[in-house]
Design a protein around this ligand. Structure first.
Ligand code: G3P
Length: 217
């Protein structure tokens, strides 16, 4: 399973990259705004900085919703760097645009996916990735992990090549459960990735090993 980091914060991307376990980055307009990245020139420069930091795919989201505009914006984003994946919302014009990008060998990430039917449309259009938002489903008393399981099953039935990228990950159990049901990718905030390290028995065991070593010197 690939690990992406879900942030536009360069320091956090660098920290995750330095661990040696990072496969890519996802961003969205809210995450860019959180970092105070404003204006077209700054946004483009920031995507370039992210692309220089990681060796894998970097999702950059369009902010247009009309087919022609999405194509124009997506082509511009894709031309910035080979790592760029054009992130497109799950709407009619978005699906049409994903089909166009797929036919023109431009990688895409279909975002804001909340149902198996939407995921089926994304795969039919040839999306590189589909992003079901599991935390936001959980927030509405709907099981996000069950949706990941359902999409993985449907894609396997028909050998769709679209990768299931579980997004809106909120805690380490989301990551474990995504791995259990066969998600291709999880995209997580840095603190959730780091929380996988935590186990009190590791801390207690290491403290004892080091103390015993000191005693033996
Ligand atoms: O990748 C999508 C993600 O950024 C949404 O996460 O926590 O805002 O639902 P969240």
């Amino acid at each position: 399973m690939k690990f992406f980091i879900d942030t536009a914060n360069l320091k956090q991307i660098q920290e995750a990259q330095s661990l040696g376990i990072l496969d890519g980055v996802t961003t969205n307009p809210s995450l860019m705004a959180k970092e105070g990245i404003k204006g077209q020139a700054n946004i483009i420069q920031h995507y370039l900085d992210i692309c220089k930091t990681v060796s894998g795919d970097v999702s950059a989201e369009v902010i247009t919703t009309d087919y022609e505009e999405i194509i124009k914006e997506g082509k511009k984003l894709a031309s910035l760097h080979p790592h760029i994946v054009v992130k497109v919302p799950m709407i009619k014009d978005g699906i049409k645009a994903i089909k166009y990008f797929s036919d023109h060998h431009i990688k895409t990430n279909c975002t804001l996916v909340f149902s198996a039917g939407q995921a089926l449309l994304a795969a039919k259009a040839g999306a590189t990735y589909v992003s079901p938002f599991i935390g936001r489903l959980d927030d509405t008393s709907t099981d996000g992990i069950s949706l990941i399981q359902q999409i993985v099953h449907i894609y396997q039935n028909y050998d769709y090549q679209t990768q299931v990228l579980a997004a809106s990950i909120r805690h380490p159990m989301h990551i474990i459960m995504c791995a259990e049901v066969g998600a291709d990718v999880v995209t997580c905030p840095l603190d959730v990735i780091l929380s996988l390290f935590n186990h009190p028995l590791t801390d207690i065991g290491l403290a004892k090993f080091l103390a015993d070593y000191k005693k033996s010197q």
